[in-house]
Design a protein around this ligand. Structure first.
Ligand SMILES: NC(=O)c1ccc[n+]([C@@H]2O[C@H](COP(=O)([O-])OP(=O)(O)OC[C@H]3O[C@@H](n4cnc5c(N)ncnc54)[C@H](OP(=O)(O)O)[C@@H]3O)[C@@H](O)[C@H]2O)c1
Length: 284
């Protein structure tokens, strides 16, 4: 596994395993498989409702806690300093852990300044090793980063071959903030897994479309956290450190960029309302 050094000196694995849409019932099995296959970075969130499953897998694993890198995220319904403080303690309890490696604000809505203050406190108290944000587009990111004491270590954004976040990357560089990709396969949208450019490049190295797409990210220092419930795919997705894309291949993939989300617009009022109501409608 290769690592990236965050802006506070903490080492983070470049490739990890995400558990969005992994059901609470399946999460412990999936994370156990992922750890056994070799993943050390696991990405969850309060709004995935599966932190307990991850906690059980951590507790039962023979891999020492300090070799794992656990990320969770504070959801908008827990925004504001007081609620965020309580929710961080709740996450720690569910994760059966004394600390979280990386804690993110999940969405730039609600009282996220209050949330960030709670996260700075948790960081200073040693409950969290690094703090950051997710889905903070350049305008909101700069405003936050300019007004807080601890610069965000990470911004986790939708990033894949069809939405490469070039503008965001430029802004993050100024603050030495690491870009982390969510949806590295765009959840299969846009015929992702049969894309001819990725397929053709993969044939040169005997690699799959998924492996080329992940290699494209990690080779540029972007952390990726692909999700799969299938152990053989977990292993396939981790096996991307034994080949290097040429500059010409990188350029071919760069040309696939459509520069917009395949999921939702964070500036669309209906999407904002959906996110604000999510906990009420989606909690299992
Ligand atoms: N911060 C945020 O707002 C946010 C939003 C979304 C996601 N995330 C994080 O990012 C992680 C990854 O994103 P994601 O789960 O949305 O989507 P993704 O990783 O882009 O795609 C997952 C989909 O690809 C399939 N798949 C996985 N490996 C494959 C392979 N090698 N070949 C063919 N199909 C494959 C999976 O199916 P199977 O499971 O059936 O294999 C699943 O349907 C999440 O789990 C979560 O941790 C964060």
């Amino acid at each position: 596994m290769e690592f990236i050094t965050l802006n506070n000196g903490v080492q983070m694995p470049l490739l990890g395993y995400g558990v969005y849409q992994v059901t609470p019932d399946e999460c412990e099995r999936c994370v156990t498989d992922a750890i056994n296959v070799g993943y050390r970075l696991i990405d969850t969130a309060q709004a995935y409702y599966n932190e307990e499953g991850l906690g059980n897998a951590i507790a039962k694993s023979s891999v020492p806690r300090d070799e794992l890198f656990i990320t969770t995220k504070v959801w908008v319904s827990n925004s504001g300093e007081e609620k965020a403080v309580a929710s961080i303690d709740e996450s720690l309890k569910k994760l059966q852990s004394d600390y979280i490696d990386l804690l993110l604000i999940h969405q730039p809505f609600g009282d996220y300044y209050g949330t960030y203050r709670a996260m700075e406190k948790a960081y200073k108290a040693g409950k969290v090793r690094a703090i950051g944000v997710s889905n903070f587009f350049p305008d909101r990111f700069v405003d936050l980063a300019e007004n807080v004491e601890i610069k965000p270590a990470v911004n986790q954004m939708e990033t894949h071959v069809f939405n490469q976040q070039m503008n965001t990357r430029e802004v993050l560089t100024e603050y030495e903030t690491t870009l982390e990709s969510w949806g590295p396969f765009a959840e299969g949208k846009n015929d992702f897994f049969t894309n001819e450019v990725l397929k053709h490049i993969g044939e040169q190295y005997n690699k799959s479309v998924a492996q080329v797409a992940l290699r494209f990210l990690v080779q540029q220092g972007i952390v990726a956290i692909p999700k799969s419930v299938r152990k053989e795919r977990m292993a396939e997705n981790l096996d991307v450190f034994d080949f290097v894309l040429s500059q010409d291949e990188i350029e071919l993939i760069k040309a696939l960029d459509q520069k917009e989300s395949l999921f939702l617009s964070h500036t669309d009022p209906a999407s904002v309302k959906f996110i604000l109501e999510y906990d009420k409608t989606m909690r299992p």
